[in-house]
Every structure is written in structure tokens, then in C-alpha cells.
Design a protein around this ligand. Sequence first.
Ligand SMILES: O=C[C@H](O)COP(=O)(O)O
Length: 328
Amino acid sequence: MEQTLAPTTQLPQVHLPRNPGTPLDLDWVARVQANTSAIERRAATLPGRRSVKKDHQAAWLLKAVTCIDLTTLSGDDTVGRVRRLCAKARQPIRADIQQALGVSGIQTGAICVYHDIIETAVAALDGSGIPVAAVSTGFPAGLSPFHLRVAEIEESVKSGAREIDIVISRRHVLTQNWQALYDEMRAFRQACGDAHVKAILATGELGSLRNVGRASLICMMAGADFIKTSTGKESVNATLPVSLVMIRAIRDFFDATGYHVGYKPAGGISKAKDAITYLALMKDELGHRWLQPDLFRFGASSLLNDIERQLEHHVTGAYSASYRHPMG
Ligand SMILES: O=C[C@H](O)COP(=O)(O)O
């Protein structure tokens, strides 16, 4: 049966204290379990659980837009492409579509780029309030010398990045070296200063859902502001089973400490209907507060294109070609 969900684009955003982290608690880490078959069964039901239509669907898609870290992470990124992407971040949905929907001022959550492009993006977004996120620490593999990874964070913050997406050392998880993972993450958090840090787990390379749960918890103990699934460069990126594990780790951490940690699924999310599934999952598992861009982001390079097409269809009744919604 069709269920409807209230539009959620206009909720006020209350400033939350940052997660300062906690001491490493290895007993808690050892208690983390993941029942893979139960998680996969539940994840398989998620896409069919909610069917939102018409105005409700449009409201959810607008909400999704405000939570996108509009991303370009290509070796051939240019200043011109990033400027065009920033213009898109300022006005992600065409003015006539916004007008027909009765909304205005919709912007994406952030722009996400490599270090070299930060200053271009900061200048292009001047006055918009949209933060620049930089991938860092030897993204995507995270295998450069440790001191260079820390220095890279510091340089990106100096260049104006307000959010830093670090990659963890997968080998610390695969060898169960929890102390090393905690110490690394703690150092990255410290290097970020006032910039918020998103910990990319690269879940497709962690071997098991239990490892995903344990790595999530340790990064939160070490002070992560967000935990993020993937770089977009692994062979398996964001999935619903991994999301369930990470979101429940966020809930457990909140229940134990009172601190809100954000969630960023990233990599391979390119369809409007998938965005709605993720938003509904956040609402079901964590509640309304986690639908705000300070606690939820999509890491996505092409999702906005499909959402804008769906919104245009909602308004006009016709689908336009995707080339009419260029990203950058
Ligand atoms: O963090 C964001 C991802 O790199 C974007 O991945 P995507 O190009 O598959 O959307």
C-alpha cells in the first residue's frame, strides 16, 4: 500500500555540539556483532518499503538535493569544470522548476574536490555559505607516508576546506589493529582543527560487516564528525547492508555518549529512487534530526542529474534528456 511522508525540506537546523570522541574502549569494540544474513534480508526489503508519490516525492527529492556533496574526483578535473560545478551547487535545480514547485534558495550540502581545486571552489562559492569538502590523506588508497597524510589535511584546511574527507588505513582493520586505527583517526581529527572530518571506511575493502561495525565505532571514538562508506573508487561502494551497520553504529554511539555523528553513503548512488530509499532508512533508524545536511550527505557525482530530471517530470509531465542537466 502506498505510504506518504511529510515534506521535510523546511525543518529548522539546530546547531549540535561536535563529537569530541571518547577513549578507545576495546571491550565495546569486541562486543560489536553483525548478523550478515539478517542484515542482508532486512536491506533487501528497504527499496520496496516506501512508495512516495507526487508532491511528497518532490519534497523528498528536494531534501536529497540539500544533502548532496556534489563531487568531482577525476584526474582530468579543471578549474573550468569546478567553477561550473560550483554554479550548479548554488542553483542545483533550474529556477523555473523551483518556481513551479514553490521553493527557492535550494543549494547542495557541499562541493567535494581534490586538494588542488579547493581555492577555485572556495572562490566560486563565495557568499553562498556552501562549504568545500576536500578528500585527503592520500585518497583513495591512503597509503602515503603518515606525516604527509597529516600535512595534506593541514594544507587543505589552510586553503579553505571546511570539511575533510579522510581515508582510513584498511590494513589496520584487516589486521585488527584497533589501537593503530584509533591513533590514526585521532591524529587526522586533530589536524582538521575546526574543519569537520568525515572518515571514509572504504567498506568494500574491509572484509566483513562486523569489521565495518567495528571500524565505524573506532572512528567515532576517535572523534569523527561523519562516517562515510566509500571513496567511489572501490569495486564495491555504498550498499544498503553496509549502511544499516554504519547507521546502527551511529545510533549505539549516540545512545552511549549523546553525540550525533553524521552518515555519508558515497559511490554509485545515481538514481533519485535510491536517494529516497537512503533518506527513508535514515528516518526509520535514526529519526528526523538525521535528515539535515549537518548529519547526512550523499557523496555523489551524478545523482543530482537524475533528481533534477525527475523534478522536471513532476512539474511538466515530460522527461528531458540528461544532457539538458549538465553537472560541470
Ligand atoms: O565521494 C563521492 C564519490 O566519489 C562519488 O562517487 P560517484 O561518482 O559514484 O557518485
